[in-house]
Write a protein that binds this ligand. Sequence first.
Ligand SMILES: [Fe+2]
Ligand SMILES: [Fe+2]
Length: 287
Amino acid sequence: MNKNTLRETPLLYPELFKSLESARWNMAKDVPWEIFDSSLLTEEQALTIKFNAITEWAALPATEMFMRDFRHDSDFAAFMSVWFYEEQKHALVLMEYLRRFRPELVPTEEELHAVRFEFDPAPPLETLMLHFCGEVRLTQWYRRAAEWHTEPVIKHIYALLSRDEARHGGAYLKFMRRAIERDGPAAQKAFSKIGVLMASSGRSGKPLHPTNLHVNQALFPKDTVQSRLPDPEWLEHWLDEQILFDRECENRVIGGILRNLSSLFDRKLENVTDLNRYRKQLAAEAA
Ligand SMILES: [Fe+2]
Ligand SMILES: [Fe+2]
């Protein structure tokens, strides 16, 4: 990293703090708890809220991983304080919903603690891109969840979460833009490599989200967040049988990733093939 660049670039944390604070919703005042309608919530729907709550809790081991692997980047580590807070709030608002309306489904401390495990160290630029894609994907998953649910309070909560995840994606993108300014080709290579992987999903394969990837060799195969949930199969069931995350939804995820990478790389990327071609071009230039 160029020392001059480091000195001349303003921190991203202060601006991100300000913009995320101004968009922040209040758990007591901005969730319309009083309009809850018990007749519009099925047991099947309620159970998915529990699994989403535990999955959100996995921001805890993710933050521990980020703080370790981004020790060189204090600006990003400072931003983590906001991200971690907002993700834990996602777990909390879902748990609060269950506490009020389906108390028997509130995750136990043991169930929450089960998703706290060590992630193997990974290249920071790839991790950044992976989590950016994760936020883009989760934005769309929650958008569909808001449509699928019938009970108005939980519909409202998922819409709030979806918008938060979109803002998180935007924040990660700012750090990616800065990484390109600082690290140039190394950042472009890492982002296009992970971009090809994350946009080549299709619903034939397994859902491509950080919580569904193997992150600790020694614990394999119980080294994904999803594998440590009370029902490791729930995510695919939720996507395929419940919120019906189909090809059209998947295309919104891929479109979001490609649109942002187009702007980041300053070139038009219409599809994964374009992105893969660019990735190969970068590799050839490096060689
Ligand atoms: Fe979240
Ligand atoms: Fe998020």
